[in-house]
Write a protein that binds this ligand. Sequence first.
Ligand SMILES: [Zn+2]
Length: 281
Amino acid sequence: MKGMFLVSLLLVCNIVFSFSPDSAIVSVEKIEPKPAMVVWDINDSLYHIPSFDLYCGFDQTKIWGMKVDQTKKKDTTTIKLLHDSCDFHSPWIGRLTSEYGWRNNRPHYGIDLKLSTGDSVQSVFDGMIRISRYSASYGHVVVIRHLNGLETLYAHLSKRLVKEGDEIHTGEVLGLGGNTGRSFGSHLHFETRYLGEPINPRSIFEINDSSFTIKEELLMLNASHFTFLKEVRRIKYHRVRSGDSLWRISKKYGVSISKLCRLNGISRKKTLRIGERLRYN
Ligand SMILES: [Zn+2]
């Protein structure tokens, strides 16, 4: 499985004995230490990688990683967020500029916190870096798998200071705030996820302009934490084709033109582009 193979340097001093056929002289040649690949077996991974058993691995190919539909969650999972006060640190304390939920008729799966480019962004809990890369939408982004089973995402950074596979401790700086990717102005986009599914950070944290604290010591996670996601998944879209008009789309789905305009934040005079998606419910 990709991502399970971590390289460490094993220093081995090899000594080669060579014999000259013409004489019985023995020469000793010392060879430089070589790096050796150490492959973690399942027991190593279970021991070293946070929540490896819960996620059945440590997917380093996808930013959101493995997804398990939580909107149909039947049980309640108790997540212990705090053992003592130093188990948590705010990622950054800044004015909250955008909430989790609908934003311009699009889902926003995190919160935005105002910062200045170059400000330090810190890990909220102990964990291991699952993703540290550049993405067209998130810009420089870091995703951390935590010991408590949650994952947190920190986006639009100007600089990443951690590598995939690194261990990180609560409050350790993972990068510097910025304005990279699909971002208009320096800010931190911060997400909390469980098994690949987003949770409103406000369900976990008490967030004010001057403080960012844990709400409760325990998070009792159930389907109610994923109602927004359920709503998002019920939405249907029409892909605009040649010859389409708002009138034609409204007739096709039995929706008024004014509702189509409201759902998509457009005017009646908008020129439709082939291939664009229009929400119709
Ligand atoms: Zn955002």
